[in-house]
Write a protein that binds this ligand. Structure first.
Ligand code: NAP
Ligand code: SF4
Length: 666
């Protein structure tokens, strides 16, 4: 496939984009780190070299008050601008274009000096913002202009003004957060005065030959958000004010509707961008959950937008565009929308990376050693840890053989792919499979590794990546036929009854509960209450009730809130989905026995019987490392990675990273 729509250039008069794919803004955490600009230069240059049409940086504040957290990045001085030069030079050397995103956090700024149009606390912040004085508003407008001016001096091709997601500009636009009675609030005309003044100021300071992208919230997904008429009117005014491109923003951060998580179907929100297409003449960008070039091309072909923005897919694979251009899209490492190593890291104050690509943001740190000697290496276990190792070791010239006892590779990822919304996990497995073929790596499925294989394949070194097995727990009656472990429940949901007790409420307990209660009769929009007709402000409507036909009890022994080990940015979605499905979550239980009647527990000091017909054990894992015992009788060097080494800290991000790191240096 040659993706003709994606690869048509876009001429904006003073600037030409080589294709229609924008690498969307993504805060990396390097913006504030010592040595971070050097690392960002390598990070962005790699994406520019591989044909990204245009890159937009992570959000940079135009002043101190707008920083997302106390020492968040800002661009207010010539000295700060000079630091960006290394990034812009690196991108331009690779033939790319790059814009700086200007983001003022408004009431989402996580510090006591946060400001907003009105002193209304956001439900997701603990800080009540200060209401902006009129002079603060005027100085903030000047600050946006100053940052754009400095960005131009630093070599950027333009700026993106962050006007969505519930940040400051969006807070001025929507009646939800703008309760002012002066010239900056009240009527719609007054509420949009702030974004329009910012655009004019930037134009004046940076000139006409400087790209201005405005990220417009087209669907707020909160009460008292913008109406559709207001979105259209603002888009037209932005065009008149001189904006060159309008990007699509979907959902405020405080909205309780998922917009980018794995549960969101691909390309779900491009209909909103499409609705705006006849209203303005300038190009529109669509975004959110578009993770392949094929989908991007289809959206463009169907008239959904003029450009496509992808952020996380560029973390997962810097060469996503290049591979599609060269006809090797099947070799792409696809973003699985887990948020685990990117957004969850950022919201925990760490540097972003990518679960499926640990090299992201670490390009200059994770470099391969030159192999001293070409080795024959056996990898025991074809889960993602083993595959990740195999790929890096094979790339360096080692001869790698993977031994997998199942009839397929992928390990825990194969199981995860069976959970509703996680089907895309299978793409990670096929990525490894396809790329390993290039390096002639041998994969032996249905094969239990034994000592005989060492001689047979003249193995020099072994890597044990045999992963985990479900933990066996000790409750009287645990061998009852109504008990099964999570692997069986996921592989054979047809064997599960109508009344289900789940023991253990970690990520897997939640996943199993989701699998068993998923109601595929209700579409995404009705389930979450998204108003596709856009009759209501914010584009929301009453959600359709989605209670499951199954009775499910999800339990843990620990007291307190459940689901705390789930992802920082996605855990609320899992918890809410189970709540809507009617799953009963019970913390602080003691399991006493299992018999024909069901599961007996003690809860709040009272004995109770849960009349379950199936009891599923999701109580964590134990390491699967029998091979290690086998190899103690030999002198062969052995390495261990992933769950085989430490089941208690089983985590796909860690497993893939450990595999890659060992592969780079073995
Ligand atoms: P987990 O997170 O360690 O949870 C194990 C659960 O079993 C806990 O609720 C624990 O709670 C309970 N448990 C432990 N020992 C027990 C025992 N002897 N008897 C009864 N209950 C026991 O393990 P997991 O759910 O298998 O997940 C493994 C890893 O996979 C996670 O670390 C996560 O990284 C990953 N994962 C994440 C997600 C996600 O975030 N959506 C999904 C799937 C997997 P009590 O001890 O309080 O009873
Ligand atoms: Fe995508 Fe997950 Fe990687 Fe983030 S960590 S870029 S969501 S695969």
């Amino acid at each position: 496939m040659n993706y003709p729509n994606v690869f048509s250039p876009l001429d904006l008069g003073f600037v030409m984009l080589r294709n229609r794919i924008i690498m969307g803004s993504m805060h990396t955490g390097l913006e504030e780190k010592s040595g971070g600009f050097e690392r960002m230069a390598v990070f962005y240059a790699e994406r520019a070299r591989a044909d990204a049409g245009l890159i937009v940086t992570g959000g940079i504040s135009p002043n101190r008050l707008g920083r997302l957290y106390p020492f968040g990045a800002k661009l207010t001085t010539k000295h700060e601008a000079d630091k960006h030069r290394i990034i812009t030079d690196a991108v331009h050397t690779e033939g790319g274009k790059i814009c700086l995103q200007i983001l003022h956090g408004g009431r989402y700024s996580y510090h006591p000096f946060a400001v907003a149009p009105s002193a209304l606390k956001a439900p997701i912040s603990k800080f009540r913002p200060w209401k902006m004085w009129q002079w603060t508003i005027r100085s903030t407008i000047r600050d946006f202009g100053n940052t754009a001016f400095l960005a131009k001096k630093a070599g950027y091709d333009g700026v993106e003004i962050m006007g969505s997601e519930g940040y400051l500009i969006n807070e001025f636009i929507a009646p939800r957060t703008n309760k002012r009675m002066d010239e900056w609030g009240g009527s719609f005309e007054n509420r949009i005065r702030f974004p329009l003044a910012i655009v004019r100021e930037i134009k004046q300071r940076a000139g006409d030959d400087f790209l201005i992208i405005f990220r417009l919230s087209m669907l707020d997904l909160v009460e008292e958000g913008s109406s559709w008429d207001e979105v259209v009117t603002l888009a037209k005014e932005l065009e008149k004010a001189g904006v060159h491109i309008i990007n699509t923003g979907i959902g405020w951060h405080e909205a309780r509707i998922p917009t980018i998580a794995a549960t969101v179907p691909n390309g779900t929100f491009s209909w909103v961008t499409q609705m705006l297409r006849n209203a303005v003449k300038i190009p529109l960008v669509t975004s959110n959950r578009i993770n392949t070039i094929e989908q991007a091309d289809t959206i463009l072909q169907n008239g959904g937008a003029d450009l496509i923005s992808m952020a996380r897919p560029f973390l997962a694979d810097p060469e996503i565009v290049k591979k599609a251009k060269e006809g090797t899209a099947h070799l792409t490492n696809t973003c699985i929308a887990c948020n685990q190593a990117c957004l969850d890291n950022i919201f925990s104050g760490k540097t972003a990376s990518c679960l499926v690509n640990p090299f992201a943001c670490n390009e200059s740190l994770m470099l391969p050693s030159v192999p001293v000697k070409r080795k024959n290496i056996a990898v025991v276990g074809g889960g993602v840890a083993g595959l990740s190792f195999a790929l890096q070791a094979a790339k360096r010239g080692h001869s790698v053989s993977v031994f997998e006892r199942q009839d397929h590779i992928g390990g825990q990822f194969g199981l995860a792919a069976r959970i509703p919304g996680k089907e895309v996990y299978s793409k990670t497995v096929s990525y490894f499979e396809e790329n390993l073929k290039l390096y002639d790596c041998k994969i032996y499925t249905n094969t239990v590794f034994s000592i005989n294989h060492i001689d047979e394949h003249q193995i020099d070194e072994v890597v044990i990546a045999s992963g985990v097995r479900p933990r066996k727990i000790n409750i009287p009656g645990i061998d009852h036929p109504k008990v099964m472990d999570y692997t069986e429940a996921i592989l054979h949901p047809e064997k599960v009854g109508r009344k289900i007790a789940i023991i253990g409420a970690g990520g897997i307990g939640y996943d199993v509960a989701l699998l068993l209660t998923e109601n595929d009769q209700i579409n995404f929009f009705d389930f979450w209450g998204i108003d596709k007709e856009y009759l209501n402000r914010g584009g929301i409507k009453k959600a359709v009730k989605a209670e499951s036909k199954h009775t499910v009890w999800l339990m843990q022994r620990k007291e307190g809130k459940m689901g705390t080990t789930l992802g920082k940015t996605t855990g609320w979605i899992h918890r809410l989905r189970l709540k809507l499905a009617g799953v009963k979550t019970i913390p602080g239980v003691n399991y006493t026995k299992i018999d024909d009647a069901g599961l007996h527990i003690v809860y709040k000091n009272e004995k109770q019987l849960l009349p379950a017909d199936t009891i599923i054990i999701c109580a964590g894992q134990e390491s699967e490392n029998d091979t290690l015992k086998l190899l103690t009788t030999t002198s062969i060097p052995v390495n261990m990675i992933g769950g085989a080494m430490k089941a208690g800290e089983l985590d796909a991000e860690k497993a893939i990273r450990e595999g890659a790191e060992l592969g780079l240096h073995i």
